[in-house]
Ligand binder design. Structure first.
Ligand SMILES: Nc1nc2c(c(=O)[nH]1)N[C@H]1C(S)=C(S)[C@@H](COP(=O)(O)O)O[C@H]1N2
Ligand SMILES: [Mo]
Length: 325
């Protein structure tokens, strides 16, 4: 379980076993009164603030009854670096097991650029569980219990300058790790590697935007984007870029892979929108995948902003969502 605790020695971190993580969650859930940090399981670092804030209600708790099974979340994936098939990434990612020495390069319009190990980042942020809907642009969806932290926590650590208007993310580019990046892997169809994505700085700072390190209380499996992937629940799944090695703060709107490849089909914003159809299919409904039967599933109406309109619609006030799809 990728919940990091600080030990007494400077900068040293270790990972809390899964059982302690769940105990902590139970504990936080049942917490009502005042509490000192020392009352938590040994080594768990949460500020009093965090405890108070998270004790009220876990974000996404109301979706618990709709959770997709752990098996489908980890065996029905889109990860073209491994394969364009949905089931193959789970097999091909078996040997992809990055550890906490994974480096993320932070660059661009930022006061504290550099190579940050994941370990270093995790020692400075608060991880929590969040249950989110995940809506793929292909019109299937799941409900996923992520472990992660708000991207805004990392942003405030690295201190973007006032010129930072966008954030660009890139996936690891290494054909030895990702067979899909080998020349000719897709025949004549190619994607411009590395996979890239971008958000406005407002979207990146929104409290629903997280960097996920785990799913179902376990470290992210390779196929889900180990060891660190973006999750932006109100946008189509392709925005939620996996296995991130670079985060760059920019003045200009960054290139995003699917927008670059097929600009008429995939926009930069990619907000889930039942009223704006994909040129080749309707976005009004979605196939909700809950268990191994994969396609023997319910078709349900798609919600504006994937059900998060109350939290995020204000970000797009005055924007023509048909034009900026
Ligand atoms: N690097 C990278 N990130 C990616 C993709 C990909 O092919 N490569 N696929 C995207 C798409 S289309 C979706 S729907 C989600 C799927 O995430 P999941 O496999 O964890 O459900 O990952 C997104 N992130
Ligand atoms: Mo997707």
């Amino acid at each position: 379980m990728a919940i990091v605790r600080k030990s007494d020695s400077l900068g040293e971190t270790s990972v809390t076993p899964e059982a302690i993580f769940w105990k902590r969650r139970e504990f936080i859930k049942s917490f009502t009164g005042a509490l000192s940090v020392s009352a938590l399981a040994p080594g768990i670092v949460l500020s009093d603030n965090t405890v108070a804030q998270k004790s009220s209600k876990m974000i996404g708790e109301e979706l618990r009854g709709e959770l997709s099974s752990e098996f489908v979340v980890t065996h029905h994936n889109n990860f073209y670096e491994f394969s364009t098939d949905k089931q193959e990434p789970s097999r091909k990612a078996r040997n992809f097991k990055p550890d906490s020495n994974w480096k993320i390069n932070i660059s661009g319009e930022v006061d504290k650029p550099g190579d940050y190990t994941l370990e270093r980042i995790l020692s400075r942020v608060n991880e929590e569980e969040r249950i989110y809907r995940l809506r793929c642009v292909e019109a299937w969806s799941m409900v996923v219990p992520w472990t992660g932290f708000e991207l805004n926590q990392l942003i405030s650590l690295v201190k973007p300058t006032s010129k930072a208007k966008f954030v660009e993310f890139k996936t690891l580019h290494d054909p030895e790790v990702f067979p899909g990046q080998k020349r000719g892997a897709f025949g004549s169809y190619t994607l411009p590697w590395p996979y890239s994505e971008g958000l406005t700085i407002q979207e990146a700072n929104h409290p629903l935007t997280i960097l996920a390190t785990g799913v179902y209380g376990k470290p992210l499996p390779g196929q889900n984007g180990a060891p660190l992937r973006l999750v932006v629940p109100w946008k189509y799944g392709f925005k939620s870029i996996k296995s991130i090695v670079s985060i760059r703060f920019t003045q200009e709107q960054p290139v995003s892979t699917w927008n670059e490849r097929l600009p008429n089909e995939y926009g930069f914003y990619a907000n889930v929108n039942p009223k704006v159809d994909h040129p080749r299919w309707s976005q009004a409904t979605e196939r909700r995948i809950t268990d191994e039967s994969f396609f023997g599933v319910k078709r349900i109406p798609t919600k504006p902003f994937n059900g998060y309109a109350g939290e995020v619609a204000h970000l797009y006030k005055g924007l023509d969502l048909r034009k900026f799809f």
